[in-house]
Design a protein around this ligand. Structure first.
Ligand code: SAH
Length: 269
């Protein structure tokens, strides 16, 4: 894939960016790679989600991946180290500066662009084997439009993986009170409960974008061990995996084998 300059957002695309959120992420950009800083939870959970993603796509080596809302590049870089050809987009310029510097230090090859998902979808339609959008949907005004853009970026047969926070009493308690005030894992004001997304809502958005939900699982934090694990229970942080219908373009041109998970079977609603 050729690397091109970032395209200018139209006002419609810019409307799906919360300037306050971007300013917040720019302000703490220097912390992205501080393992004990504001992004400590993302560092703790990254190995777990990386192996989850890798399993979902039968290995990342040689795959074209785009990470939407990549921030300082914690996931994007780790996918590049696993042999994927990675593009990372974000609207926080300072986070991208840190991401580029860090990639220089570690020798990771990632194409970082300051770009909205919607603009990226116009620039690179149907070009990616893997689309990841992690812990980002709860920071945008219109998550459904981001999901549509992710669908447009995906090749037929591609895998898309979303993660966000559920809208439950437990997610309020763990995701905001626990993480921001008790354990002080992330800065106060990181999350707005109103923007948390129920799995049923997320899955509806995914299906409305023409994708097929294939898996959903929870992400659980153990404060004693300071570690995350993946397992049943979507009530706080969770992943939803989807596939774009169609045939994966591969040497053998085998049809993709999509297994549909009935939405009702996996939601917490
Ligand atoms: N996905 C990363 C970072 C999550 S933090 C990870 O899980 O490690 C959320 C990121 O989304 C921030 O870097 C923020 O700047 C970015 N973001 C928020 N709104 C955005 C938008 N409309 N377009 C692109 N990036 C956005």
């Amino acid at each position: 894939m050729t690397q091109t300059a970032p395209s200018t957002s139209t006002s419609a695309q810019a409307a799906n960016v919360d300037a306050g959120e971007i300013a917040k992420f720019n302000q703490i950009a220097a912390q992205w790679w501080d393992l004990n800083g504001d992004f400590k939870p993302l560092h703790l959970l990254n190995p777990v989600r990386l192996s989850f993603i890798s399993d979902q796509v039968q290995g990342l080596f040689g795959k074209t991946c785009i990470d939407i809302g990549c921030g300082g590049g914690i996931l994007a870089e780790s996918m590049a180290h696993a042999g994927a050809q990675v593009t990372g987009i974000d609207m926080a310029a300072d986070a991208l500066d840190i991401a580029r510097l860090h990639a220089l230090e570690t020798g990771a090859c990632v194409n970082y662009q300051q770009q909205t998902a919607e603009a990226a979808a116009q620039q690179w339609p149907a070009q990616f084997d893997v689309v990841t959008c992690m812990e980002m949907l709860e920071h945008v005004p219109d998550p459904a439009a981001i999901i549509q853009a992710c669908a447009d970026l995906a090749k037929p047969g591609a895998t898309l993986i979303f993660s966000t926070l559920n809208k439950t009493a437990k997610s309020f308690l763990f995701g905001i009170v626990g993480a921001e005030y008790v354990l002080r894992l992330v800065p106060k004001g990181t999350h707005d409960f109103q923007k948390f997304i129920r799995p049923s809502t997320l899955m509806r958005m995914i299906e409305n974008a023409g994708l097929v939900v294939t898996d959903a699982t929870g992400l659980h934090y153990n404060p004693i061990q300071q570690s995350f694990r993946i397992g049943a229970g979507l009530d706080v942080n969770y992943f939803v995996v989807a596939q774009k219908p169609g045939t994966v373009k591969s040497a053998t041109n085998e049809p993709s084998n999509i297994v549909t998970v009935p939405v009702a079977a996996v939601t917490n609603e």
